[in-house]
Write a protein that binds this ligand. Structure first.
Ligand code: ATP
Ligand code: MG
Length: 430
């Protein structure tokens, strides 16, 4: 028989692991609720154009990484490579831009994303993001709220060694001026650029700054700084963001080379990085985001601004695990039901009892493998059962069962009806 393996770049999140996922997800829900972000769930696949238009046609996502295909109705669709585009599409389709919906309109999402990448640690083909978006305000204070919320979340998970990097991409006027300055600088160096960057040179020179190619790094390091080309209004936006971050005592560094992948970012962009041993001590981005305008309009909505971030859950868990953070809650077993003998009566009573215990709010388990009583007790011990309820034929005939407190190592005989109606009164007897 052929044995199957999971697709390259994917992972099974198995019991023992899934509890950690639940923990970071629950913490995100808790923190985001304090900031009044509500959950949105959009489809995992969308019309290809939703991503192609929003990510930009020189982005890695569109040029190399998209899982796109034609479905049986010949529709060109793609598995979502990131969360923002689908949320923007839904924002427009549900008319949340309307005046009756309070602004900013604030949502969060969590779920799988798909990118055809070369898999390595912290880089998968199916990975997961937790992200947020806030629409309908240009206020620098909202940029800071989004950054503060990401920092708050990571701190509440116990991470302290984080670096917050910010930059401004200015407004359209700032970017046009900077684009020209960058072209003037890069054109004479064109032949030394990586092939990818040479293609980008005239299509989207800013994206060259995002290149991870070693060949490009030196050139990038000496490039002009976008901060020198910001209009007074864009400089003011950045100044207010920095002042507000200072007020909230959020430490940050300004990195004028940071550009981020999306074409529609403007004004504030940010990344939160970790130099955890999980990444060999190298600064690695766990959370990234920024302010964007034009995205809503690009998908057919009104001219409304947004700001948000996306956080990679796999990378987050790598960091948390490297720092030995306690991510799982205890998994107690209140009672294990031991059936003695294989009679139908014992089997029935075992099922009735285990079910009654669950309905009274206890975590309860029984044997389904016809094991001998000794082996069942062994299982109960292994699972850490607090009590065992033993059902034997003789006791059952008298409508009785035995309950043992596994910690106190004491056993008592009690009426079956008390187990099924009021187990609490029994556990109080030990
Ligand atoms: P990178 O520069 O590492 O490729 P990116 O700019 O493509 O990242 P974003 O699109 O900003 O990443 O996604 C936000 C976050 O999602 C990243 O900071 C990272 O934590 C996570 N992420 C992105 N791609 C992957 C992937 N292939 N596997 C796992 N996590 C990922
Ligand atoms: Mg990438």
């Amino acid at each position: 028989m052929k044995r199957y393996q999971r697709p390259k770049g994917t992972a099974d999140i198995v019991p023992g692991e899934s509890e950690k996922w639940q923990y970071v997800e629950a913490k995100a829900r808790e923190v985001f609720a304090h900031y009044r972000y509500h959950e949105i769930r959009t489809p995992i696949f969308e019309n290809y154009d939703v991503f192609a238009r929003t990510s930009g046609d020189t982005s890695d996502i569109v040029t190399k990484e998209m899982y796109d295909f034609h479905d049986k109705g010949d529709r060109h669709v793609a598995l979502r490579p990131e969360g923002t585009a689908g949320v923007v599409r839904a924002f427009i389709e549900n008319k949340f831009f309307g005046p009756e919906v309070p602004k900013p309109f604030k949502v969060f999402y969590m779920g799988p994303m798909f990118r055809y990448e070369r898999p390595q640690s912290g880089r998968m083909r199916q990975f997961h993001q937790i992200g947020v978006e806030a629409f309908g305000s240009d206020a620098p204070a909202l940029d800071v709220e989004v950054i503060a919320m990401a920092v708050d979340y990571l701190k509440q998970l116990g991470l302290t060694d984080l670096k917050v990097t910010i930059n401004s991409l200015g407004d359209a006027e700032s970017r046009a001026a900077y684009r020209q300055a960058l072209l003037d600088y890069l054109e004479p160096l064109a032949e030394q650029l990586s092939p990818d960057s040479q293609t980008r040179l005239h299509k989207n020179p800013l994206r060259i700054l995002d290149s991870k190619d070693d060949q490009d790094q030196d050139i990038i390091a000496h490039a002009p700084s976008i901060l020198d080309y910001l209009t007074p209004a864009a400089t003011e936006h950045l100044t207010v963001v920095k002042q507000l971050l200072d007020q909230l005592r959020i430490e940050y560094v300004v990195d004028s080379e940071m550009v981020r992948g999306l074409d529609y970012y403007n004004h504030t962009i940010f990344e939160i990085m970790s130099n955890s041993q999980a990444f060999g001590g190298k600064w690695t981005t766990v959370c990234a985001g920024g302010r964007y305008s034009g995205l809503v309009a690009e998908l057919g909505g009104p001219d409304i601004a947004g700001v948000g971030f996306g956080l990679g859950v796999e990378r987050l868990l790598l960091v948390l695990e490297a720092e030995d953070k306690q991510l799982t809650a205890p998994d107690p077993l209140d009672a294990y039901v031991v059936g003695i003998g294989n009679s139908a009566e014992v089997n029935t009573a075992s099922l009735v009892v285990v079910q009654a215990l669950r309905q009274q709010g206890y975590n309860a388990e029984r044997d389904y493998l016809n094991k001998k009583p000794k082996a069942q007790f062994k299982t109960a011990n292994k699972l850490g059962a607090r009590y065992t309820v033993t059902i034997g034929e003789a006791e059952l005939a008298n409508h009785q069962v035995n309950v043992k407190d596994m910690v106190a190592n004491q056993e008592i005989t009690v009426p079956l009806a008390t187990i099924t109606n009021d187990f609490k009164s029994i556990s109080a007897k030990f």
